[in-house]
Write a protein that binds this ligand. Structure first.
Ligand code: GLU
Length: 369
């Protein structure tokens, strides 16, 4: 049923919650991927575990809990991790290709398109891309930070039709199943709202970086880009094959029927917002209900420092995010033109880049679905 599938494997799936890699289980996941590959499907592996593999290889040294220690573990562990995938796929005569990404690789549109071409190239050659964040060199500012969001980015880059997030839980529950016996698995999510976010916020997986809340963020960006998302247990029998065949499984987030156009997908998944623009109720209505651009007149406050062309969040007076976009003016310019009519921009600044602060074409409204 699905053709191009991103399989995200969390550390907890690869280790079964122990300090060691569960190689037989990794082989089993590769076997399922190989069957699908043999059927002509395209599999992309988004793997965690570099840091865990480094720790294991170095025999769990007692290094300080610093970013540098993590980077050193990742430097040792990434090649181990890749070596394992290489060996396991080789059993089935399948080649793998490593891609190590950071947020910086997709932050500007040209680099995003380059990464996309490279990924498509591997798939055309029937090479299975194995992707992780470039933990060894990435500093906090340029990191995606967790592999859930990274996998959504990969799904968007690849234009995948399924993102399968495998974890140590069977999916998203109505309450924390470890403390509440009445918790039920949510089979399908059509709307991601604050109550769901709150529900997910409470659950954290012990090993990886992400918990349910990063999985929900990932599901949200991928489904907006037109990718179905499934969160399921990595140890469920034949989980990859069943998901690929469209069997009901775990928690499913169907893709939006009218996905964002390509450029807008990038706005959502690529750049990290550099600041916030607070807007009044009139502008909120214009953006959310009437599909308009944001004019300086509706802006009440600028938070953070950003340049023209940077990504920003647009928030209401009460602080909730209603849209994300690319600003046509830097923050210091906006300080001077906020609350003013557009025909005053040139007078106030001495130049103008057009009448709008954030153009509709460079904006995604996120409050209405
Ligand atoms: N990139 C990290 C690693 O390979 C994992 C991040 C995560 O677990 O989300 O160790």
């Amino acid at each position: 049923m699905y053709q191009r599938i991103v399989v995200k494997l969390g550390t907890s799936v690869l280790t079964g919650g122990t300090p060691h890699f569960d190689k037989p289980h990794m082989v089993e996941l590769v076997r399922q991927s190989a069957v699908l590959h043999g059927l002509g499907k395209e599999i992309i592996i988004c793997t965690s575990g570099a840091i865990a593999a480094g720790r294991e290889r170095l025999n769990y040294p007692n290094w300080p809990a610093t970013v540098t220690s993590k980077q050193m573990f990742a430097a040792v562990g990434q090649s181990r991790l890749m070596f394992m995938w290489e060996r396991f796929f080789e059993i089935y005569n399948i080649h793998v290709g490593q891609m190590l990404l950071t947020r910086a690789d997709v932050e500007n549109r040209r680099r995003f398109l380059n990464a996309r071409d490279m990924l498509n190239g591997l798939l055309e050659q029937r090479i299975v891309p194995v992707i992780n964040e470039n933990d060894a060199v990435a500093t906090e500012e340029i990191k995606v930070g967790d592999n859930d969001n990274l996998s959504a980015l990969v799904a968007i880059l690849a234009g995948a039709d399924l993102l399968l997030i495998l974890t140590d839980q069977p999916g998203l529950f109505t309450a924390d199943p470890r403390s509440n016996p009445n918790a039920e698995l949510i089979a399908e999510v059509r709307q991601i709202d604050d109550s769901l976010r709150k529900l997910a916020g409470g659950s954290v997986s012990g090993l990886g970086v992400g918990g349910m809340s990063t999985k929900l963020q990932a599901a949200d960006s991928a489904r907006r880009a037109g990718t179905d998302v499934i969160i399921a247990a990595g140890r469920a029998p034949n989980v990859i094959m069943r998901a690929a065949n469209g069997e009901p499984l775990g928690t499913r987030f169907p893709a939006l029927e009218t996905p964002l156009e390509n450029r807008k997908q990038w706005i959502f998944a690529g750049p990290k917002p550099a600041g916030r623009i607070v807007v009044d109720a009139g502008a909120e209505r214009a953006l959310v209900q009437n599909g308009r651009s944001l004019l300086p007149a509706g802006i009440t406050e600028i938070q953070g420092h950003f340049e023209r062309g940077d990504a920003i969040c647009i928030v209401t007076l009460s602080g909730s995010e209603i849209a994300r976009g690319i600003s046509r003016y830097g923050s210091s310019d906006l300080e001077q033109i906020k609350g003013h009519q557009s025909d005053q921009i040139a007078d106030r600044l001495g130049y103008m880049y057009g009448p709008v602060a954030v153009h509709r074409d460079d904006m995604i409204v996120i409050s209405n679905q």
